[in-house]
Design a protein. Structure first.
Length: 297
């Protein structure tokens, strides 16, 4: 899906805007815009794309993205089929000029500038900082305007001070999409998200983008800095990691449920992306969960 440039000016009249989203699933095209955005997933799960980073998300996922960084949240398939499931999030937009011209110029803080630089790759906020900011977001959402503004400044302070974060997109990633470019591959990401458990043919997605397979391969790599097959396998391994956190499935079941046609390929790509075998990954998760339960008793 070619990310679309979204102009927020028709809603973002002030320095920031907060909104709460509650829906059966996130309706979220792959897009970018001119302002900073903080997304906090209150409830739901799925796949998240930030720049050229592909990963899983679940409740409490929190990510800050900079202007012009393409991003999207795609819910797991069951959210489209099960009316009982709900996707909830709190999304906060910060006007670029306010952040970069007023706050940065006034504070002159090196940490604040570093945080803005990091946001160009997408920042996933973790640990206690995640929980503190989540509480602030909830409070700010329902606060009078003056108190809301004070909470927003506190949230930005927390973001600039924390060391509890992960950078998502590669350091060399640059958004090379142009809003004037024809929308060639709008359906590709959605198709892959819905069909990665089955065989995905290059000719099929190339046809969606109205390109030859060779032209599509070159186009995709020039925009994402990775091959299309690598992108698909990233999604499959991410899904496998999610399944491996439960002991309800055998390795063989996880292999085929993730879209791999053989255990050999599954293990090879898993080690390539995760740097350990699927079995070792599952054992590590079980040990971590046991240690956490013991600590909280």
């Amino acid at each position: 899906m070619k990310p679309q440039l979204i102009n927020l000016d028709f809603v973002l009249k002030g320095d920031f805007l907060m909104k709460e989203i509650t829906a059966p699933y996130f309706i979220n095209t792959h897009h970018f815009h001119d302002d900073y955005e903080l997304v906090y997933v209150v409830e739901s799960s799925g796949k998240r794309i930030i720049g050229n980073s592909v990963g899983n998300f679940k409740k409490h996922d929190m990510v800050l993205v900079s202007p012009n960084l393409p991003h999207a949240w795609f819910n797991d398939r069951e959210y489209y089929d099960n009316d009982a499931l709900t996707a909830k999030s709190i999304v906060t937009y910060f006007r670029k000029n306010w952040i970069e011209k007023q706050l940065l110029d006034r504070t002159g803080g090196e940490k604040f500038k570093t945080m803005l630089d990091h946001a160009s790759r997408g920042i996933k906020i973790t640990g206690k900082t995640n929980r503190r900011i989540a509480a602030m977001l909830d409070e700010a959402l329902h606060a009078p305007e003056l108190l809301k503004a004070a909470q927003i400044l506190m949230i930005l302070h927390e973001l600039s001070e924390t060391t509890e974060f992960e950078l998502l997109a590669d350091a060399h990633y640059v958004n090379s999409y142009d809003q004037h470019e024809a929308m060639r591959i709008n359906q590709v990401y959605e198709y892959v998200m819905k069909n990665f458990t089955s065989e995905i043919k290059l000719a099929t997605v190339a046809d969606m983008a109205h390109m030859s397979p060779n032209a599509f391969s070159r186009y995709f790599k020039s925009r994402t800095q990775k091959t299309f097959s690598l992108f698909v396998n990233e999604i499959r391994i991410g899904h496998a990691c999610k399944l491996l956190q439960s002991e309800d499935f055998t390795m063989s079941q996880i292999c085929y449920a993730s879209g791999f046609q053989s255990m050999t390929n599954f293990t090879k790509f898993f080690k390539r992306f995760i740097k350990k075998s699927p079995l070792r990954y599952r054992k590590d998760i079980i040990e971590l969960n046991a240690a956490y339960k013991k600590k909280t008793i």
